[in-house]
Unconditional design. Structure first.
Length: 150
């Protein structure tokens, strides 16, 4: 369930860890759909038979697929109720220290930063970590900058 707040009250949650979000399974059909959509069809993502003999013993989720889930997981954790619309302004410093084997679920936690006034609203940099089920550390760490428009 999302923490509901307003643009004026975002300062009060800066530095507080929210989450984790719900688990999201990254099954092979999701990897195949990503490949069809983006053309990112490297065998390590799209060929389960060949991937069995590869370094991970299975296909792995593309890093950018994992990254693409971040805005929705953050929205699940934080709702700015007086924003007419919220847009991604930047994705900074994305790191992918571990792989996500197909069939594994991921979820995120977020630490909102201090909001900065911008024309038409406010902008907030969120420190996000995505973890996989059974993992020992993040599979993705990123600063997601969101602009909330009035």
């Amino acid at each position: 369930m999302a923490l509901r707040t307003t643009m004026d009250d975002l300062t009060g949650i800066a530095g507080i860890t929210l989450g984790p979000s719900a688990w999201r399974a990254l099954e092979q059909p999701a990897l195949d759909g990503w490949a069809a959509l983006t053309g990112e069809d490297a065998w390590i993502h799209a060929d389960p038979a060949r991937a069995q003999t590869g370094p991970f013993g299975t296909t792995i989720a593309p890093s950018l697929l994992v990254l693409s889930l971040v805005p929705a997981m953050v929205a699940e954790l934080l709702e700015v109720t007086d924003a007419a619309v919220t847009l991604v302004q930047a994705v900074a410093g994305a790191r992918f220290p571990q792989t996500v084997p197909s069939g594994t679920a991921v979820r995120a936690s977020v630490v909102p930063g201090v909001p900065v006034d911008r024309p038409g609203g406010v902008e907030v940099s969120h420190a996000v970590e995505v973890h996989r089920d059974g993992g020992t550390g993040p599979v993705c760490a990123v600063d997601l900058v969101l602009r909330h428009y009035r």
